[in-house]
Design a protein around this ligand. Structure first.
Ligand code: G6P
Length: 468
C-alpha cells in the first residue's frame, strides 16, 4: 500500500491528543499506511525567510512543519486566504478584498510549500491536499515534475459561478486546480457549482455520461462529493462519560429546571451570530412566558484576529449579547451567557447532551460539524432538537430530522426555537433517530476511506477507527 502525504495549512499539535474527528481520521489513515503530515507550524519567523522544515516523528507518522514570515502571513493567510477566498466562498462579495499583492503572496507561499515537500515525496506516495489555503499546490508540484496521484478536498463551500467569477485571479486559480486527479466537495451543490465554473471558463470538458473531466491538455481528473463527518461512536461515548466531569456538573447545577439552548461557533461572520441572537430576542419578546425557563449559552472562541472584520464582529456580538441581558434579564434570571473561549471535546460533548436545543444557523457553511456532534451526543430516549440553517452543508444529510430555518429570517429562528422548546418527546425521538441513522453509517472514517478509495481505486483501505 502506498504511503500517504497529507498537506494542510493547520496541522494538529503532534504532542497533544487530536481535538477533532478530522485529525483523528487522517491520523488513522497515516498510521495505517505510514506517511507525512505537512503544513504551517502556527508560528511566525518574523521578517526572516522561513528556515528548514522541522520534523517530528510519532509512530509511523512524520510531521513536517514550516514557520511562515510576517509577510507570508499577511499576504497568504490573513490576506488572500482569509480576506478574499473565505468571504467569497461564503457568498460575502461585499467583504472580499481583491488586493493583487496578496494574490501573489498566496501563489508564492503555495510554491514554497511545494518546493519544501518535493524532496520528501516517493514515487508511489498518494498526496491529499486540504482546503482553500492550498488550492494551487498540485499545479506547483506538477511544475516541479511530480507525477503522483494528488487529491484535493475543499472543506468550505464552492460558490455559485456568478459569485466565483467576480474574483480577478479566478481563472488562473481554477486552471491550477485541474492539476489534481480528484477534487472533493462537501455537497452536490458545491460540486455542481465547481463543475459549472470549469465549463464556463472552458477549462475542461465533461465526457458525456461520465464523471470525469478532461482538461485542455488531455489530462483526466474527477470531481466528486464527499460529505465530511465526525467520529460518531467516540463522540457519543464522550457525551455519556462526561457527566462526572466537575466543570460540567457545576454548570448543570446553575441551570436548575431551565431548558438549555446552546450555540457553539468560532467567532466568524459566516456563522450568522447577529441574526441568531436577534432571533432569540424575538423569541423572548413574542413568548414572554418562557422568561425564567430557558437559558441560551453561546460559546464563541475568537478567531483570525489579524483580519479587520473579525475584530468589529467581536464588538458587535458582545454588544448585542449585553443588550439582550440588559433589556430582557431579571434580578433572578439571565437570559443568555456569551463566552469567548474554547472548551475540550469532552466538556462540549456533555454540554450538547444536556442542551434541549442547539442553534446551528450559519449564513453559509461547508458542512458544520457542531450540528453532527450535537446529534451524536444526545440521549436517544430523551434527545434534544437541532435548529439548522438550510445553508449549512449538513442540511443535505440532517434536513429531515432537524428544524430547518432560513438563517437570515429572525422571525423564523424565533418560531423554530418556540417549536423546539415545546416539542413532544416522541417527535424528538423520531427526528433524532432519522439523523443518527445517517451519522452511524457516514462517520469520518467512512469519509476518509471513500475519498482515498476514489483517489487510488486499486488500494481500498477500510479504516475502522483510530489506532489503539
Ligand atoms: C475552517 C477551515 C479550516 C480552518 C478552520 C479554523 O474550518 O475550513 O481550514 O483551519 O476554519 O480557521 P483558522 O484560520 O484558525 O485555521
Amino acid at each position: 500500500m502506498s504511503r500517504l502525504i497529507v498537506v494542510s495549512n493547520r496541522v494538529p499539535d503532534p504532542d497533544r491528543a487530536p481535538a477533532g474527528g478530522l485529525a483523528v481520521a487522517l491520523q488513522a489513515a497515516l498510521h495505517d499506511r505510514g506517511g507525512i503530515w505537512m503544513g504551517w507550524s502556527g508560528k511566525s519567523c518574523g521578517e526572516d525567510e522561513p528556515g528548514p522544515l522541522a520534523f517530528q516523528q510519532q509512530g509511523s507518522i512524520t510531521y513536517a512543519l514550516s514557520d511562515l514570515s510576517e509577510r507570508d502571513l499577511s499576504e497568504y493567510y490573513n490576506g488572500f486566504a482569509n480576506s478574499v477566498l473565505w468571504p467569497l466562498c461564503h457568498y460575502r462579495i461585499d467583504l472580499t478584498d481583491f488586493a493583487r499583492r496578496d494574490a501573489q503572496g498566496y501563489f508564492r507561499v503555495n510554491r514554497f510549500f511545494a518546493q519544501r515537500l518535493l524532496p520528501l515525496i516517493q514515487e508511489d506516495d498518494l498526496i491529499w491536499v486540504h482546503d482553500y489555503h492550498l488550492m494551487p499546490l498540485a499545479d506547483e508540484l506538477r511544475r516541479l515534475g511530480v507525477r503522483n496521484r494528488i487529491g484535493f478536498f475543499m472543506h468550505i463551500p464552492w460558490p455559485a459561478p456568478d459569485v466565483y467569477l467576480t474574483l480577478p485571479m479566478g481563472a488562473r486559480l481554477l486552471q491550477s486546480m485541474t492539476a489534481y486527479d480528484l477534487l472533493g466537495f462537501q455537497t452536490e451543490n458545491d460540486a455542481a457549482n465547481f463543475r459549472e465554473c470549469l465549463q464556463r471558463g472552458e477549462l475542461a470538458t465533461r465526457r458525456a455520461g461520465e464523471t470525469d473531466f478532461v482538461d485542455t491538455t488531455g489530462r483526466h481528473f474527477q470531481v466528486g462529493t464527499f460529505p465530511i463527518s465526525i467520529d460518531t461512536g467516540n463522540f457519543a461515548r464522550l457525551a455519556c462519560q462526561g457527566v462526572r466531569n466537575p466543570t460540567v456538573r457545576k454548570f448543570r447545577a446553575t441551570l436548575g429546571e431551565q431548558q438549555l439552548i446552546v450555540g457553539v461557533d468560532r467567532l466568524d461572520y459566516s456563522k450568522g451570530l447577529v441574526q441568531r441572537l436577534n432571533g432569540y430576542r424575538r423569541f423572548l419578546e413574542t413568548q414572554p412566558h418562557w422568561a425564567g425557563h430557558v437559558t441560551y449559552l453561546q460559546i464563541t472562541p475568537k478567531s483570525r484576529s489579524g483580519v479587520h472584520e473579525y475584530d468589529s464582529l467581536q464588538r458587535e456580538v458582545a454588544e448585542l449579547a449585553g443588550h439582550i441581558g440588559g433589556t430582557m434579564g431579571r434580578l433572578d434570571w439571565a437570559p443568555m451567557r456569551y463566552v469567548n473561549r474554547a472548551f475540550s471535546q469532552q466538556v462540549l460533548a456533555c454540554i450538547y447532551r444536556m442542551a434541549n436545543v442547539a442553534l446551528v444557523t450559519p449564513l453559509r457553511d461547508g458542512m458544520n460539524l457542531v450540528a453532527k456532534e450535537y446529534v451524536a451526543a444526545q440521549d436517544p430516549e430523551d434527545p434534544g432538537v437541532l435548529v439548522l440553517s438550510r445553508f449549512a452543508g449538513a442540511a443535505a444529510e440532517l434536513g429531515p430530522g432537524a428544524l430547518l430555518v432560513n438563517p437570515y429570517d429572525e422571525d423564523a429562528i424565533a418560531q423554530a426555537i418556540t417549536q423546539a422548546v415545546s416539542m413532544p418527546r416522541e417527535e424528538r425521538q423520531r427526528r433524532h433517530a432519522r439523523m443518527m441513522e445517517g451519522l452511524t453509517h457516514n462517520d469520518v472514517f467512512h469519509w476518509c476511506t471513500d475519498f482515498l478509495g476514489r483517489l487510488a481505486p486499486s488500494q481500498v483501505l477500510p479504516l475502522k477507527g483510530p489506532p489503539n
